[in-house]
Design a binder for this molecule. Structure first.
Ligand SMILES: [Zn+2]
Length: 148
């Protein structure tokens, strides 16, 4: 259990918000649909609509500018996962192109829809972590180590 808590400004945010320690932790919080800053509250109020303000840490998420980037990532990942499957279906199993299309098209749509929200959460988390756009970059305060 980490003991380092950020010293939050009481005027702008409530105390005891545990900022993520690293970019991967921020990414995981976003992937899980949790607030990347505090990890406590949900990030989305609808499927792809983030909350305006985190109810736990008061982070303003209305300024995020993920735009189309989550969809680009989703298409890139789904395409690379399914390309070898398409090649195998046609070359190894000798399926026709139309049968392959009839199977692959719904599978790819379902995969893309399933990964859009987690990827958008991760993108928003990374935008926040790196202070992109209107986000203010925040880092955990490092506790000074005690010398024996
Ligand atoms: Zn929060």
């Amino acid at each position: 259990m980490p003991t380092a808590f950020a010293m939050a400004d009481p005027l702008t945010s409530p105390p005891r918000v545990e900022l993520p320690a690293s970019a991967p932790e921020t990414l995981l919080r976003g992937l899980r649909g949790r607030c990347p800053r505090c990890g406590e509250a949900g990030l989305f109020r609808k499927w792809l609509k983030p909350v305006d303000t985190c109810p736990n840490c008061a982070q303003d998420w209305s300024v995020q500018q993920a735009d189309d980037f989550p969809a680009y990532i989703g298409i890139f990942v789904v395409g690379h996962l399914l390309a070898p499957v398409v090649i195998m279906m046609i070359s190894t199993f000798g399926m026709s192109a139309w049968l392959t299309l009839a199977i692959i098209l719904p599978v790819s749509v379902v995969m893309l829809i399933a990964m859009l929200q987690p990827v958008k959460g991760a993108v928003i988390g990374m935008l926040w972590w790196w202070g992109v756009g209107a986000f203010k970059q925040e880092r955990r305060k490092v506790e000074p180590t005690e010398e024996p």
